[in-house]
Write a protein that binds this ligand. Sequence first.
Ligand SMILES: Nc1ncnc2c1ncn2[C@@H]1O[C@H](COP(=O)(O)OP(=O)(O)OP(=O)(O)O)[C@@H](O)[C@H]1O
Ligand SMILES: [Mg+2]
Length: 482
Amino acid sequence: MKRLPEIKTMTNSVQLKFAATFLVLIAVLAVFMNTYPTIAARDLVFSSKKASLQNQAGVMASALSAPEELTSDTVPAVMDQLDLRSLTRVIVTDEDARILYDNAQYDPGIGRYAMFSEIARALSGEIVCYSDYDGRAFMTREAMPIRSGGTTVGAVYLYEYDETQAQLISSIQNRLRSVSLIVSAAAIILMFIFSRALTKRITELAKATRIVSEGDYDHRIPVAGHDELSELGTEFNSLTARLKETEELRRRFVSDASHELKTPLASIRLLSDSIVNSEDMDAETMRDFVNDIESEAERLQRTTEKLLSLSRIDSGASLTRERVDLRKVAEKTLRLLHPLAKENRVTIATELQKDCFVWGNEDLLYRVIFNLAENAVKYNMPGGTVDILLKSEEDEVILTVEDTGIGIPDEDLPHIFTRFYRVDKARSTDAGGSGLGLSIAHDAVKLHGGDIAVEKCAEGGTRFVVRLPACPEASEEGGTEA
Ligand SMILES: Nc1ncnc2c1ncn2[C@@H]1O[C@H](COP(=O)(O)OP(=O)(O)OP(=O)(O)O)[C@@H](O)[C@H]1O
Ligand SMILES: [Mg+2]
């Protein structure tokens, strides 16, 4: 037998997969939370810094573009009137990059040449602006040409070193780090609790499946809540209940069947023993005994044939299907039943419509009609009647078998399609019945996609109504199917 994997290992691996997926998800979220907001804030500061420095440089360049010549005397006079407090360094040069103004406190470079590439680029007419962030401060540089009468007469260079904004960003970063650590830790703890609870329930289901598969059909899963797993538990319980029912039916069937076969076999044995053991048995008695043996053997044969029919229906073994004319099948059945009807003094009246075709197995359909008609004759009274009606209605073929017989008591009606069920055991056995005819009819009708119903007639008899899907046209389908 194939070895099944241990339930514990199975659920552990489910838990592991679940935990791994969740951890990856948390890691991705934590990385995102720690990077994206800082990058966005930094970009925002960059653009605001650039705009503000460009604005200030623009004001300075336009203030210095007066027609006067730029000298180390005129420039400071203009610069003193401007607000330069937020700037770390401000340099103004003439067109040769010679420094005319420098606000550096230690060693201002007035008179020297400014060697900054930004100033060189500004003198060639470009506006240069860029901002850097090194984790401790924002460093922004701006260089702009000073124009007068269409020519570049000098350049303004601004530099800002801002630690305040940088501190703000790093404090946001630190807070985000702590928040994401707390959230991740809480999520991981919750995930473990949740996944343990989930796998515990899956383990319970897996264990229950194993217990039931080992034959304990009474085992049930305690169901609480309304989620998918609870639904699965409810489905499992009802499946197990159905399995139990089927198993009980199977057991009862086997025991009933063996009992049914045992009785005639025991009679045959008894009768043959009597013949063998009696030395002076007269010919007349012996003939009677042999006749009895023959009728018991016949009963045995009938029962085994019925059991075989049932097992064919049950196993769904491939049955040949064809377009069957039910009228012909009914006529054949009635010819066979004629002697029994005559013997029981029962009249059979028929009304069989033409064109009642069904797609199915002729032998099984014959058994349906025969069992119903035979019962109607068998469980009738001398002088009684049996009406057999066959008609086609829309997409159905309807067969009605009605009798004026002894009727079926209300309490027995729900059980008569059960295998081996007999209303009056003594009477039925006298009539040669085994209680299988109606269950064969029922199962065969269901196999053909039809329906069978029973009801009491007003006159005290019984009416069986069979509905089968009609097959009006010669169907192309063919061959064998279950
Ligand atoms: N038309 C009927 N009128 C009265 N009772 C019926 C009728 N048909 C069936 N029954 C009752 O239902 C029981 C079951 O019928 P079913 O045909 O399954 O078995 P059976 O006739 O006893 O045996 P079998 O058909 O296997 O030879 C019968 O024993 C009989 O008591
Ligand atoms: Mg019968």
